[in-house]
Write a new protein. Sequence first.
Length: 160
Amino acid sequence: MAWTGDRWFDQAKSPRIANYRIDAALDWQARLLQGQETLSWRNTGSAPTAELPLHLYLNAFKGPQSLYFKENGGRLGAAPGWDPADARQWGYCRLTSVRLNGRTLEGHFGEDATVYWVRLPGPVAPGEDTRVVVDGWGPGMPLTWPELALSPTALRADTT
């Protein structure tokens, strides 16, 4: 079957644990990606959980305080001309709200700002689903990182 905008495969290639509906807009000049996502998640574990981790990968490029930066000794393979003192060259992901059934949920960051643990109003049992709406994640795209690059001709995110 040929790929169409509505369909990638005849059937799922892996279990559907998480599904995402993302509406986003890129402001190229400001290097901002803003939007809203609806995340549907199934607890495939063996125990109930009352927290849902949201991975904010761009926060690895947030600044010299990030665990990713520290673990690499400040040598992240940034492109020539990268200046760690220039805040405009760093990237980030900022959540403005996470909601469930219209109710704003609170949470906390893990070891650094790359994982935000959302506190759910009650536990999600094994096999049950929940759906949250994440607003305004608005990442700023780093200018000169090879792992995640923004240039006049390309916007790309390597996940390898």
